[in-house]
Write a new protein. Structure first.
Length: 314
């Protein structure tokens, strides 16, 4: 009986301290729970208002490796039968041949890669296997334009990659059949361990802003994080967390949770909606008919850990 009373008192004190912390600063409570391994979930499927009929699935993930967790991620991804697979760099952490054998159940014809720092040694083998001619390229799928560059090569204003990206985005803006632009790369422009963004890559954000890129998918950091829409001057353009209609700026999603490992996340800043470094999984983008995209972080457990929606006025 005495032990039950002590436990009850401890619980009451714990709840009191959590409540006090919340009213002092909600962020402190969020970080305290995060440090305890309690992962936040901000947005749920019931927050989504779009009609999901006729969904086309685009799967994206990076930092994968050849572990048991990696195998689960790829099997889970493949079970959705996505129309497009985007690998965000750092594929096998070993050799290209081992990667090819590990992923032979995936359809390479619908798979597209960007090169990470751990892929450089076997870059040519990866490009050849996926029939990709250059490290910077673009393609269309229905009303979505995808474009990538290599963060392992120069992207300064004098570089070929910068010229390519600028020209590609300018031409895409003239295409009336394209409703969405997705930029994907390995090293992130924004991640909470680098609060002011990747200083070298920020030069690209001005281009993304200028030409109305909607979504940026990135890897390198072994965690999941999603931002609010951010303009190229660093200003948060919409403080909503789950659903956006014609937002200005870009939403940045780090999906470095393919299976290699997790890293600690040191901070959380105002532009960050959600962080997760407990779960492995992938990002599934649902391309909908009514000019909407629904993004879901699908954990290997099967749980949808994050859901967000971007809509455009018809």
């Amino acid at each position: 009986m005495k032990n039950k009373k002590v436990a009850f008192i401890i619980i009451i004190v714990f709840i009191f301290l959590l409540t006090l912390t919340y009213f002092q600063d909600p962020k402190l409570l969020d970080r305290a729970l995060y440090r305890m391994g309690i992962q936040e979930q901000v947005c749920f499927s019931e927050n989504i208002v779009s009609d999901l009929e006729g969904t086309k699935n685009i799967a994206a993930v990076g930092d994968i490796a050849l572990t048991k967790n990696s195998a689960k991620t790829l099997q889970s991804l493949n079970s959705l039968d996505p129309e497009i697979i985007l690998f965000l760099g750092d594929l096998s952490y070993t050799t290209a041949n081992e990667w090819i054998e590990f992923t032979d159940f995936l359809e390479k014809e619908k798979t597209f890669i960007t090169i990470g720092d751990d892929d450089l040694e076997y870059q040519e083998e990866y490009l050849a296997y996926y029939s990709i001619e250059n490290v910077f390229y673009s393609f269309d799928f229905e009303n979505v334009h995808f474009v990538t560059i290599s963060t392992q090569q120069s992207y300064s204003k004098e570089s070929k990659q910068y010229d390519f990206l600028k020209s590609d985005l300018a031409n895409t803006n003239l295409d009336e059949n394209i409703d969405w632009i997705v930029f994907w790369l390995h090293e992130p422009l924004y991640f909470s361990n680098s609060p002011n963004g990747h200083t070298d890559l920020i030069i690209l954000h001005k281009l993304l802003d200028q030409y109305g890129v909607d979504l940026v998918l990135q890897g390198d950091f072994h965690a999941y994080e999603r931002s609010k829409p951010i303009a190229s001057d660093g200003i948060i353009m919409d403080h909503s967390k789950c659903s956006y209609t014609d937002p200005k700026g870009q939403i940045f999603v780090t999906v470095g949770v393919g299976g290699h490992s997790h890293i600690s996340i040191k901070n959380k800043f105002d532009w960050s909606v959600i962080q997760n470094n407990n779960d492995f999984g992938f990002l599934n983008l649902k391309i909908l008919k009514d000019k909407a995209i629904v993004g879901e972080f699908v954990a290997n457990s099967g749980k949808i850990v994050d859901t967000f929606e971007i809509r455009k006025n018809m």
